[in-house]
Design a protein around this ligand. Sequence first.
Ligand SMILES: [Zn+2]
Ligand SMILES: [Zn+2]
Length: 382
Amino acid sequence: MSKRDYYDVLGVEKSASADEMKRAYRKLAMKYHPDRNPDDKDAEQKFKELNEAYEVLKDDQKRAAYDRFGHAAFEGGGPGGGGFHGFGGGGAGGFADIFDEMFGEFMGGGRRGGGGRSNTRGADLRYNMEISLEEAFAGKKTTVHVPTSVTCDTCSGSGAKAGTQPKTCTTCGGMGRVRAQQGFFTIERTCPACNGQGKVISDPCPDCGGAGRVRRDKTLEVTIPAGVEDGTRIRLAGEGEAGLRGGPAGDLYIFLSVASHRLFQRDGANIQCRVPIPMTTAALGGSIEVPSIDGGRAKVTIPAGTQTGNQFRLRGKGMSVLRSTARGDMFIQAVVETPMNLTKRQKELLEEFAKENGDDATSPESHGFFKKVKEFFEDLTE
Ligand SMILES: [Zn+2]
Ligand SMILES: [Zn+2]
């Protein structure tokens, strides 16, 4: 499949400034965002394409590389998702940032959009959720209980008692705003009689006291996608607090934090794991078994002469990547262990080994170190 030119995807000139691109990106991202186009494969594809293009063009270095080499700049580089790693190994991080940016925009947009009647919109709610690293890897379906307000069933949110209607406010004539003279200026402000609603309720609904909403716990199904990062926000549109008297509902934001793991440290899409290696295995070579985040086990070949700090890469054994089938890598860091509490026989064997080991030829670190020490003293005496 041939890829579209990134500038074409954003609909900007090759000479576009960072600001122009940001604007073009936001406009298109709003249009194609999955939240606005549920179950629309075409929009989803366009959204992915857009994010990919913007990831590259917003970064000066990547943009320069793209200008010179085109898509080839981010392809190749070894089998197994080499192209993907062209994105700085932080592919998932990039997406999380984008979501944050998008949601921030939506939140602001919603508030602004209310205009003079913004006080009828329900509040946005925040729900903090901690998940384990395994859950961040595999994704998760869960339910959350949110204490919130929902639209009153009795009056369908109108706030008026059954059989009555809210009446047009006589103070503002239904405008929701009143004008007052103050010196030279005419000040317009929200009508105090109807709180800007333009309507007053003479017979309030007995169940909600005229608010049009009642307090109730809501239970929601939430899907946490695989590959989410610490700090990712998930927005559930319209699942926040119900609006006042039939006003639009706010949104619910789930703020995810990923708990630290007893074995693994996450580094973007990759996983680091420190593994102790017996001194004998490190010296003679061998193999060890390590756990992986997917619950499996992986065998790692330890070459003879392994030092503390040596890394071994297990391709595709890292974290899953948000909205992708790719997986990062796992890095095993060797920590060579000095044996303790030796038996008499073990001591003898090691003492024999030490005698055999007259010079430092078998200890490359020491060899280099003592060479540097010698040079250090020579320089001092000059
Ligand atoms: Zn009611
Ligand atoms: Zn009024």
